[in-house]
Design a protein around this ligand. Structure first.
Ligand SMILES: [Mg+2]
Ligand SMILES: [Zn+2]
Length: 215
C-alpha cells in the first residue's frame, strides 16, 4: 500500500487541499463494496451473519446505495465469507442472506449489480480471500468498466490492501472496523481518505469529489 495519497494518472487533477490529497478524475463509475462493517453491522463477538435475520443494515447504507444508483454508478459487493469454508453455514444459507440483502437494496432503489464472495477459510490459502486481489479483479472484469473508474470501499486493512494489489484506488469508511483500521494506519504514518459512513462516501462519489488512495 502506498504511503501517501497520490494523483499519478495524467488525467487526474490535483487540487490545493491542505493535506495534499487530490480530488480524483476520472469520475467513479463503479464501486466495489465490502459487506460486513460497510453495508451491515458486523456480528457480535467476531461472529458471522449466518441467517437473513442477522443481516442488519447500517444507518444510511440503503440511502447510499440508492444515491449511487441514481448517479449511474455500478455497485458490486465483494466479501470474504469464511463461515462457509469453516463449516458454520452452507452455501445455500449464504445465498439466502444475500437474497435478503439484494431484495431490500432493490426495494430501496439501490439494487446491487453483482455480489461476489470468497467462501474459503484462511487455511485454504485461496487466491480470492481479501487481501488477495482476485475477487476485485473479477468484479472489474465483469463490470466492463475501467479500473481507473473503479473505487474499492472497505472498513478493514484487508480491503485496502486487496485494492492496492489489484491496482485499484480505495477509500475507508469509519463504520465496522473502520476507526480501528484508521488508527492502525495512522500509527504507521499512512494517511488514508476516510468517510464517516457509506452515505458520506456516496455523496462524494455522486458529486465527483471523492478522495481516494492509490492507483
Ligand atoms: Mg468489513
Ligand atoms: Zn477464496
Amino acid at each position: 500500500m502506498g504511503s501517501q495519497i497520490t494523483c499519478s494518472a495524467t488525467s487526474r487533477r490535483p487540487t490545493d487541499t491542505a493535506d495534499g490529497s487530490c480530488v480524483s478524475a476520472p469520475r467513479i463509475r463503479h464501486v466495489i463494496l465490502d459487506r460486513d462493517g460497510v453495508l451491515n453491522r458486523e456480528a457480535h463477538d467476531g461472529g458471522y451473519v449466518l441467517v437473513p435475520a442477522e443481516f442488519d443494515w447500517l444507518p444510511g447504507a440503503l440511502a447510499a446505495l440508492a444515491l449511487l444508483r441514481q448517479a449511474g454508478v455500478r455497485i458490486t459487493v465483494a466479501t470474504n465469507q469464511s463461515a462457509v469454508g469453516r463449516g458454520l453455514m452452507s452455501p445455500e444459507q449464504l445465498e439466502s442472506v444475500h437474497a435478503k440483502m439484494r431484495l431490500e437494496a432493490a426495494e430501496y432503489g439501490g439494487a446491487l449489480d453483482d455480489v461476489l464472495f470468497c467462501p474459503h477459510a484462511p487455511e485454504a490459502q485461496c487466491d480470492c480471500r481479501k487481501p488477495a486481489p482476485r475477487l476485485l479483479l473479477e468484479a472489474v472484469n465483469r463490470s466492463g468498466i475501467a479500473g481507473e473508474e473503479t473505487l474499492v470501499v472497505g472498513d478493514d486493512h484487508r480491503d485496502l490492501e486487496a485494492a492496492a494489489r489489484a491496482g485499484l484506488s480505495s477509500a475507508l469508511v469509519l463504520t465496522g472496523k473502520g476507526r480501528a483500521t484508521r488508527a492502525q494506519l495512522m500509527r504507521q504514518g499512512i494517511a488514508t481518505p476516510a468517510y464517516d459512513d457509506l452515505l458520506q462516501l456516496a455523496v462524494a462519489v455522486a458529486n465527483s469529489a471523492v478522495q481516494r488512495q492509490g492507483s
